[in-house]
Design a binder for this molecule. Structure first.
Ligand code: ADE
Length: 433
């Protein structure tokens, strides 16, 4: 039952999961006394979660989860539903991915652990962030960055193909996210238009790491079929094992084709025919697609993974030449040196940390709370609060700004090529043999 851990007849704050008491908070010996006159927002929330009837009821019926107030449904997946929610203290919107523990078999649990572990190591402007994980006896909740601008699949199905310049801006951001992931040895394995989300301002957010995996080395072979068949690389049908990065890159080729034409490169009525189509690499780029974009698609959609473009070839291609990446979109190599060694000025990071410390203090998070929480454990409400404030501070410094396309780029006529209005693509998972 939702919020099951709150079903305690006599609720004592110091027994609650959300008891964030430190030595300055309301102590057990003061439980029966009136609350202090000026509670911090955090104290008020934790007291409400323990003692306020309305709040407790909301927790029990799932209208509240941890520190989040839950609103309507905004999406769904194979094992999950996604709801809009707000942080009760900061009021930031978040997406709550809800998983029913009873429906998770051993494999789904393994995938979920990988999803959490991948997301915990990802911090990039074009990757959906994980703020917190909330567990109840019956459910697991991933508290995610909210992307309120819908997904690429719906956008193209509703409005037709993207213009050349919007395609460039969108594709460049997906590319930046993939370069970053591959640099830290994370393979997404389920890239598709449905998993490319937009913020209200049009910033791309790659989502759904449910099939992702971390390899110790990008040359390590994988052997599980993951993803959605229309986006699957030929080697997934052909070989017993495959390398991760080229599989993500192939899916980006399919994505690019879909963006600029509004249709999918590989289409067939049956799975067998689709498979043949992909293995034969049989697709036709419409002649009106600009030459530099055609060359990029053809460089990516190559049957042999070794002949397929690598991420850096894509970044340097003619089609993306007019794209000016904001510096944050060009991820540093993992071993890059610190930005400003020996500088006496506070670094940007130090300024951000100071800003967050101030906001946390205003909410009532004390130094002691922080000392008890190393901000690494996703299953802590202090971590969730910290990550939300961190992201807010980074957004204020332009982390979600879009790349710019230099020069006049004429919008192609929106003749509304809407041939591809298929169902959303479902993803699959099976061992190749
Ligand atoms: N649907 C699935 N994940 C989402 C997210 N992070 N933001 C908005 N909608 C979503």
């Amino acid at each position: 039952m939702p919020g099951g851990q709150y079903q305690v007849a006599s609720i004592k704050c110091h027994h609650s999961l959300y008891s964030l008491t430190d030595s300055s908070d309301v102590g057990p010996e003061e439980e029966e006394a009136d609350p202090p006159l000026r509670l911090t927002p955090l104290q008020k929330l934790t007291v409400d979660m323990c003692k306020d009837e309305k709040t407790i009821k909301e927790l029990i019926i799932g209208r509240r989860v941890g520190f989040y107030k839950v609103r309507g449904e905004i999406g769904y997946g194979t094992f999950s539903r996604v709801k809009l929610a707000f942080h009760a203290l900061t009021r930031d919107k978040v997406a709550l991915k809800i998983l029913d523990r009873m429906r998770l078999d051993a494999q789904a649990q393994r995938l979920l652990s990988r999803e959490i572990s991948s997301m915990e190591s990802l911090q990039h402007p074009n990757v959906v962030r994980l703020y917190e994980v909330v567990e109840t006896p019956s459910r697991l909740y991933l508290v995610l960055e909210y992307a309120g601008g819908g997904d690429l699949h719906n956008r193209i199905c509703n409005e037709g193909k993207l213009s050349d310049s919007i395609s460039k801006i969108t594709f460049a951001q997906v590319l930046s996210a993939i370069k970053y992931m591959h640099n830290i040895n994370i393979i997404h394995r389920d890239l598709k238009a449905e998993n490319v989300l937009f913020t209200i301002s049009g910033c791309v957010k790659v989502a759904d790491f449910g099939f992702s995996t971390r390899v110790s080395n990008c040359n390590n072979a994988l052997d599980t079929f993951c993803g959605s068949p229309p986006y699957a690389a030929p080697e997934l049908f052909r070989d017993d094992c495959y390398l991760g990065p080229p599989v993500d890159i192939w899916a980006m080729g399919v994505l690019l084709f879909f963006m600029v034409t509004g249709t999918m490169p590989f289409r067939a009525e049956t799975m067998g025919k689709l498979r043949r189509c992909i293995m034969e690499c049989s697709y036709t780029v419409p002649p009106w697609v600009p030459g530099p974009c055609q060359r990029l698609i053809k460089g990516i959609l190559k049957a042999a993974p070794s002949e397929r473009y690598a991420v850096d070839q894509m970044l340097g291609c003619d089609w993306l030449l007019p794209v000016e990446f904001p510096w944050v979109l060009v991820p540093p190599e993992p071993a890059s040196p610190p930005q400003s060694p020996g500088s006496s000025e506070p670094s940007d990071q130090e300024e951000v940390e100071e800003e967050i410390r101030g906001s946390l203090e205003e909410l009532g998070v004390t130094v002691e709370h922080l000392r008890n929480n190393q901000l690494k454990d996703s299953r802590s409400p202090v971590t969730g609060l910290y990550r939300i404030l961190l992201h807010r501070a980074q957004k204020r410094r332009g982390c979600d700004c879009l790349p710019v396309v230099r020069g006049m780029v004429r919008d192609p006529k929106r003749e509304g090529l809407r041939a591809y209005r298929g169902l959303r693509h479902t993803s699959k998972f099976c061992v190749l043999s």
